[in-house]
Write a protein that binds this ligand. Structure first.
Ligand code: SAH
Ligand code: SF4
Ligand code: F3S
Length: 440
């Protein structure tokens, strides 16, 4: 008999993508190999997201689809992890009779024990306690873990201390804890040793990082000094902590890339206030202006919520106005979705569904127009690209990577270069978001 196998299906944000990697690492230490398909796995986990109703519902449809595998393999275990696990805990066992384990967002490290307990007792196990924040333990990277990539995530903080009116994240990720600076640096050094070229720092309000007097700007300076790491990204910054020192650090440090994902949510001050976002449209715009002045090549992406219950036509127009002014390279726009536990869950929502969809459509159309115009300005430019993938899409011989501004760039011929190299590329054409270029 060979090793046991694990398969994890991931929903949600980059934090979840990273948690999946860490669960994979932890279970590897227990002898579980990765399985590309659920069909021959012994343990299938759904790492879930509850930020909107849509992703939450996927848990049930996915598990339903996988259920027949359980009938074929009596040993197979099903688990739900991540934000829906944290949100619903035991309730999930009632809803899904064939579920074996539920592991919350703070309990990833206990996954092996939970699996053992399920096997010993033959009964489902739920582990959704939050850790005590004063002695919070982040999952540390195992140097023997098999790296296969040039770009990796580094958690610098967990949880969120904000209470945006619409958002479930603080309730499913707990309160904010900044990770010790020495652990962050050690992890990045280990990654560098293993050939990682680019890191993305993760946190719900990543720039509110503070550990024993080290703030986000100082952390960026320290990371910039690590040999081997060529590129630093981070997500998601919050305007309240986008101070001048932070903006200056981003502009000055050559390893910090010229891209920020900067969630706006709404362009209307009335809506922002109701959302409890703690910034005004003016502050957001002044920060963007400051950064663009220092970094004319800066690319900016954002998140926007459309159809917030108090959003009027005029409020929505404000959002469109700010989009035109900033000229976002891309935006991720979502229809407002009421979430349990949040402050406005029960708030009257007078906007007809049709109206909301129309606004979303209008916003997406505007974004596409802006994105095309932004792309066209890059044609003919020279971009620095980290080559990460081979055989992307339909063209087996094509290579692809990301520019400093985080654009996907396709390259047909990389000559003597190999995956993991950083090359200079001349952009020859572009689609809405991606570019095509030739190495120079
Ligand atoms: N911490 C990040 C956002 C994390 S959630 C920040 O503060 O910017 C990711 C995105 O999901 C948010 O930016 C928001 O646009 C969207 N979102 C969160 N709650 C939502 C809800 N109830 N309905 C619709 N979109 C939501
Ligand atoms: Fe949610 Fe607001 Fe925290 Fe972002 S800052 S995770 S939107 S509560
Ligand atoms: Fe979703 Fe949890 Fe991320 S709710 S957006 S997976 S923090």
């Amino acid at each position: 008999m060979g090793n046991k196998k694990i398969h994890i299906i991931t929903f949600g944000c980059q934090m979840n993508v990273h948690d999946t990697e860490r669960m994979r690492m932890i279970m590897k230490q227990e002898g579980y190999d990765w399985s590309e398909s659920p069909d021959d796995a012994d343990l299938i986990l759904l790492n879930t997201c509850s930020v909107r109703e849509g992703p939450e519902n996927k848990v049930h449809s996915q598990l339903g689809r996988l259920k027949p595998l359980k009938e074929k393999n009596k040993e197979l275990l099903f688990g739900v992890t991540g934000c829906v696990a944290q949100q619903k805990g035991k309730e999930l066992l009632k809803q899904i009779s064939y579920l074996d384990l539920v592991v919350g967002t703070d309990a990833i490290a206990s996954l092996p024990n939970v699996v053992k307990k399920v096997k010993e007792t033959g009964k489902p196990v739920v582990q959704t306690e939050f850790q005590d924040n004063s002695e919070y333990e982040f999952v540390e990277l195992d140097i023997n873990y098999n790296f296969s990539k040039f770009s990796d995530f580094v958690t610098i903080m967990k949880g969120c201390n904000k209470r945006c009116s619409y958002c479930i994240v603080p309730y499913v990720r707990g309160r904010e804890v900044s990770r010790p600076v020495e652990d962050i640096l050690k992890e990045i050094e280990m990654m560098a040793q293993k050939g990682v070229k680019e890191i993305t720092l993760l946190g719900q309000t990543v720039n509110s990082y503070r550990y024993q007097g080290i703030d986000f700007a100082s952390l960026l300076y320290k990371i910039n000094d690590i040999n081997g790491i060529e590129r630093v990204r981070f997500t998601s910054p919050h305007p309240k902590y986008f101070t001048e020192p932070v903006m200056d650090a981003i502009a000055e440090l050559d390893k910090v890339m010229e891209h920020i994902h900067y969630p706006l949510q709404s362009g209307s001050n009335e809506v922002l206030k109701h959302m409890r976002r703690q910034y005004s449209a003016e502050l957001y715009l002044s920060q963007i202006a400051y950064m663009k002045k220092k970094m004319p090549q800066l690319e900016i992406t954002t998140d926007i919520i459309v159809g917030y219950p108090t959003e009027t036509d005029a409020d929505f127009e404000e959002t469109l106005k700010i989009m035109k002014e900033v000229e976002f390279d891309n935006s991720f726009s979502f229809l407002y979705s009421p979430r349990p536990m949040t402050a406005i869950y029960d708030l009257d929502d007078p906007i007809p569904e049709e109206e909301k969809k129309e606004r979303l459509h209008k916003l997406k159309e505007l974004q596409e127009e802006i994105s095309i115009s932004r792309t066209s300005k890059l044609i003919g430019s020279i971009q620095e690209v980290l080559i990460e993938d081979e055989g992307d899409g339909r063209n087996k011989n094509q290579f692809s990577g990301r520019s400093r501004g985080n654009r996907k760039v396709f390259i047909d011929d990389i000559g003597e270069y190999k995956l993991g190299d950083i090359v200079k590329v001349k952009v020859i054409s572009g689609s809405v978001h991606a570019l095509k270029g030739e190495i120079i």
